[in-house]
Design a binder for this molecule. Structure first.
Ligand SMILES: *[C@@H]1O[C@H](CO)[C@@H](O)[C@H](O)[C@H]1NC(C)=O
Ligand SMILES: *[C@@H]1O[C@H](CO)[C@@H](O)[C@H](O)[C@H]1NC(C)=O
Length: 564
């Protein structure tokens, strides 16, 4: 038993398991190169700018591939490759302290690492693994040997980013922090069955009818849709329209269910007699299948919100309408579910005609005033962008605990005192409202999110922070030229969004700031109602998880549907 563990642990440490996993799922006859792979690898080159035509680059890439001969994932047996791996490990000084990540990314260039300790005016480097505070409430994880100090500019920028995020949240007193933590620790011990139930199981448990549907997009992704058909009694009276619910960033269909019946929106809508469909964007836990790509490989993850909007949404909307035999539906989107909606209706105006009303909860279109540290740090003009870009890689967005701590987890931990919440990337990215941190519910939420997306989706939001407009994914000038035929990524034409829209937003939302929401309201060509949640610290995630959401948001939303 022990020996087996030692072996497994050793393999894990060497990052071999990941390779074994990949190998066993890959065809052995070589790599099917997708055009986007080239784009992606080319993109990496952009960070060592060089004058080169696309053809030259492809040529170079082919030569590199020939040279490498046996790529890591195929060919050699696991025994050979483990020897080879450990040889490389020893030979290469650099790799000795490289950490292998679950995403297969290597931590070989942290944001910055050693933070100096100043004692009696003597600056001494800190030991590996130590956390040193260098401002009131910012700590950085340390890494041996990478003595890459944050520059003064970086320190200032970080302070600014964190300070602005902190301004937009409620701060507990130190007694409250202690209480919060105690309640939390107790709650974590309580076994809640909902922790591990998927959407179907949740709905069944609470006696709601449910169907699972799997559909295929034009570009080969399989997506799962959950359908809560109208209950019989109500159906006999009048047939109410379809409501399509689209989850937020790093979320899934589960998010509309986790608070349980009588509270979460999906249940409330079903209770009100609507025909409810729950979507899942590609890459989340319910939509991780493709005709030829495997999620263990980066090529599966070469998508941004553009693909979610232009491939996933139309496929899901059309399928729901057809299956329920309806012409139009209500669309309720949260966060990413709004981004995708506006990109779709701007690009394929015919979809406007399929929408009775769009309810946008925490709409993320214009992002200039976003306060999420993670999204701001990944923005193209941020001094951290390069190392973050390198760190999070080009595949699935699967940040390490170290990275989560660095991009706001540590700050959040200092603010609210709960390490548990502060280690979950959804909370770190979206902010926490301590008033709505519910001991029974939060552990359940944390078991269901993050539900998975691509790094490109995250980077695109960063681009929305820097850019003034709502645009397609920016590959950088050279590739934009190839992909879009223009140096800049094209703008989404918001004048095409003719569907009726209602916006819901909150003052302290880290991702959908009121200024940006107001801009969206003004840009849309039709009259738009914007509804500000009357609760001072309502957060981005509160739209789905606050026990006050039914009263403050859903009630009004359902009444508006009923009165339409
Ligand atoms: C966080 O909560 C989970 C259960 O909800 C528990 O297993 C884990 O140990 C907790 N982690 C910390 C750091 O408290
Ligand atoms: C949900 O769980 C049930 C029971 O384990 C399983 O049969 C079903 O396939 C799961 N659904 C999805 C979409 O994962």
């Amino acid at each position: 038993m022990k020996a087996a563990c030692a072996l497994v642990c050793f393999a894990l440490a060497q990052g071999i398991t990941a390779n074994i996993f990949k190998r066993s799922h890959r065809p052995t006859d070589g790599l099917i190169v997708q055009p986007l792979d080239y784009i992606n690898q080319y993109q990496q080159q952009l960070y060592q700018p060089q004058e080169q035509t696309y053809q030259e680059y492809i040529q170079q890439l082919k030569q590199q591939q020939k040279k490498q001969q046996k790529p890591q994932y195929y060919g050699s047996s696991s025994h050979e490759s483990s020897q080879q791996d450990s040889k490389e490990w020893n030979n290469n000084e650099q790799q000795k302290y490289v950490t292998l990540r679950s995403s297969g990314q290597k931590w070989d260039k942290p944001l910055f690492t050693a933070i100096m300790k100043v004692q009696n005016d003597v600056v001494e480097p800190s030991a590996y693994g130590q956390n040193i505070m260098w401002s009131r409430d910012i700590q950085m994880p340390l890494k041996q040997k990478h003595h890459e100090l944050p520059t003064v500019a970086q320190q200032q920028e970080l302070k600014k980013i964190f300070a602005e995020a902190q301004e937009s949240m409620k701060h507990p007193t130190s007694e409250e922090k202690v209480q919060l933590n105690q309640v939390f620790a107790a709650a974590a011990q309580v076994h809640n069955e909902d922790d591990h139930l998927n959407a179907t199981e949740l709905l069944k448990k609470y006696k709601y009818p449910v169907e699972e549907h799997e559909i295929k997009t034009e570009d080969g992704y399989y997506l799962t849709l959950f359908h809560i058909p109208p209950m019989k009694l109500i159906r006999d009276v009048t047939k109410k329209p379809v409501v399509f619910l689209m989850h937020g960033l790093l979320g899934s269909a589960d998010d509309w269910l986790l608070m349980g019946p009588g509270k979460s929106l999906a249940y409330l809508l079903s209770d009100a007699g609507y025909d409810v469909w729950l979507g899942n964007a590609r890459g989340n836990k319910y939509s991780r299948r493709h005709v030829s790509k495997h999620p263990a490989m980066n090529d599966f993850w070469q998508f941004s919100n553009d693909e979610v909007a232009l491939q996933d949404l139309p496929a899901m909307i059309d399928y729901a309408l057809e299956t329920s035999a309806q012409q139009k539906l209500y669309y309720v989107g949260h966060s990413q579910g709004t981004t995708a909606f506006f990109a779709l209706t701007a690009s394929k105006p015919e979809y406007n005609d399929k929408i009775i009303m769009m309810y946008a909860l925490a709409p993320m279109v214009y992002m200039k005033h976003a306060r999420s540290p993670l999204i701001r740090m990944i923005a193209p003009t941020s001094p951290f962008e390069q190392s973050l870009h390198h760190e999070i890689g080009h595949g699935e967005f699967n940040p390490s605990q170290e990275l989560i701590a660095t991009v706001g987890g540590q700050m959040l931990w200092n603010e609210i005192g709960s390490k548990n919440v502060s280690s979950n990337v959804n909370f770190v990215m979206s902010g926490v409202n301590i008033d709505s941190v519910t001991p029974e519910l939060t552990p359940v939420i944390m078991r269901h999110v993050p539900a998975g997306t691509s790094t490109r989706v995250i980077k695109q939001y960063g681009q929305q922070v820097t850019g003034d407009d709502f645009r397609k994914y920016d590959f950088g000038p050279a590739i934009n030229q190839k992909v879009y035929g223009s140096v800049e990524a094209p703008k989404y034409d918001m004048q095409n969004v003719k569907a009726p829209v209602t916006l819901y937003y909150a003052e302290e939302d880290w991702l959908a700031s009121p200024v940006d929401v107001t801009r969206l309201q003004q840009v849309l060509p039709t009259p738009v109602t914007a509804y500000k949640v009357p609760e001072p610290h309502f957060s981005h995630l509160d739209f789905q998880f606050s026990t006050k959401a039914p009263e403050l948001v859903y009630k009004q939303l359902i009444e508006s549907m009923n009165n339409a």
